[in-house]
Design a protein around this ligand. Structure first.
Ligand SMILES: [Zn+2]
Ligand SMILES: [Zn+2]
Length: 135
C-alpha cells in the first residue's frame, strides 16, 4: 500500500488524522465508494461539511476522482499511481450493471473517435448496462 501521509503531503495538503483515515479507507476499498457509505463509515468521527471539504481538496489535487453512478449517486475513487501510464493520467470509464448495481472500472477501454480538435480530460459519467454475471 502507498504511504498515505506521503500521498497527502506530496499533493501539498496538510496531513491530518481525518484526511489520513478517509484516504486509507478509499485506498483500501480498491474501487469506487458510494458517498453515503463514506458518510456512514465516518459519521462518528468526521462531520458532513468536513468530509465534503476533504473530498473536494482530494479531488482538486487529483488524489481522488468524483463521478456520478446510476441514479445520480455520487462515487469517490482513489486514483492509483500505477494507472498513470494511461493517456488520461489515471482516468478511466466506469460501467454499472442495471441488475446487480455493481460498478466496474474499465481500465482498458478507451474513448476513441472524438471529433477533430476535441480533447478529453475527464470521464465523469458512467456507462449503464448488464454485466457478464447477470442475464
Ligand atoms: Zn450484474
Ligand atoms: Zn474506477
Amino acid at each position: 500500500m502507498q504511504d498515505v501521509r506521503e500521498v497527502i503531503k506530496s499533493a501539498g495538503l496538510r496531513v491530518t488524522n481525518q484526511r489520513i483515515a478517509i484516504l486509507e479507507y478509499l485506498i483500501g476499498s480498491d474501487g469506487p465508494v458510494v458517498l453515503h457509505a463514506l458518510h456512514k463509515k465516518f459519521s462518528d468521527t468526521v462531520n458532513r461539511i468536513t468530509l465534503y471539504r476533504i473530498l473536494n481538496d482530494f479531488e482538486e489535487k487529483k488524489i481522488v476522482k468524483l463521478f456520478f453512478g446510476q441514479g445520480g449517486q455520487k462515487h469517490i475513487e482513489f486514483i492509483r499511481a500505477e494507472k498513470n501510464g494511461s493517456h488520461l493520467h489515471g482516468e478511466h470509464l466506469h460501467f454499472q450493471c442495471k441488475r446487480c448495481d455493481k460498478l466496474f472500472c474499465l481500465d482498458d477501454v478507451e474513448v476513441k473517435n472524438l471529433p477533430e480538435g476535441f480533447n478529453l480530460s475527464s470521464a465523469q459519467s458512467v456507462l449503464v448496462g448488464k454485466c457478464d454475471k447477470c442475464d
